[in-house]
Design a protein around this ligand. Structure first.
Ligand SMILES: C[C@@H](N)C(=O)N[C@H](C)C(=O)O
Ligand SMILES: [Zn+2]
Length: 231
């Protein structure tokens, strides 16, 4: 059946970017909380139409260079953000610490701009993404074994999801994930620059603390925090 968007201004980004690799982590347990997050009932990248067009612009510029875009999170319902806040207050729950925030005290994740209690994602024009070589863009994230792989360890040691080497994995809450960190290698910085240049040229701005987080500059709902679920 044809997909019907829950809001007239929101679209499934894959309808504009057919080769978009969609790996919505919060619909699964492969995330920093360690379980599916409320409000995510489907693995769909919903964005405002304006943001989806801008993402299409970035995908079109990256494709001739041999890359596809992989998205990890798009529109995020406010109830999911509220679940992050509740999780953040429960210091006993550190199930995913070794994998996602090995060096950072859980108490500081909001203070240090790794998670927000008023997130741009809920406004529908923010996206978490990386790039994948076109030839290998089907590799899914799989924890596979029972070994905990820290997201800030070297490529090859942390869990591979087929994306290019950015120095850390998605949602790795570490200063190494700061986009302009000088503590990652030249190749890793170069990969971050490829993504940043493509996204900036299409109207997005990056969050300094996360190489993967981009918000449309001219977003259509700058003051609205939506809460309809992702289906
Ligand atoms: C949680 C992470 N993926 C993210 O999006 N962080 C920013 C700061 C946010 O929550 O808006
Ligand atoms: Zn984000």
């Amino acid at each position: 059946a044809e997909y019907k968007s829950p809001h007239k201004s929101f679209v499934d980004a894959q309808s504009l970017v057919p080769d978009l690799v969609v790996e919505m982590r919060y619909v699964t347990a492969q995330n920093f909380v360690g379980r599916p997050i409320p409000g995510y009932n489907g693995a769909r990248c919903l964005l405002t139409h304006r943001a989806a067009k801008a993402l299409q612009c970035a995908a079109d510029s990256l494709r001739p260079r041999g890359y596809a875009i992989k998205v990890y999170d798009c529109y995020r319902p406010q109830r999911a953000v509220n679940a992050f806040v509740k999780w953040g207050r429960n210091l006993r729950d550190q199930k995913m610490k070794q994998a996602y925030y090995p060096e950072v005290d859980k108490r500081n994740l909001f203070r240090d701009s790794f998670i927000s209690s008023r997130s741009g994602h809920s406004r529908g024009s923010t996206v978490d993404l990386s790039i994948v070589p076109l030839a290998t863009h089907d590799v899914p994230f799989e924890a596979g074994d029972n070994v905990v792989r820290a997201c800030d360890s070297n490529s090859g040691k942390r869990t591979d999801d087929g994306s290019v080497d950015m120095g850390t994995g998605f949602d790795c809450f570490s200063t190494l994930s700061h986009t302009r960190s000088q503590k990652v290698s030249g190749v890793q910085r170069q990969n971050r620059t490829i993504l940043r240049d493509a996204m900036s040229a299409c109207g997005f701005r990056n969050l300094y603390s996360e190489w993967w987080h981009y918000t449309l500059r001219n977003e259509p709902y700058p003051n609205t925090y939506f809460d309809f679920p992702v289906e």
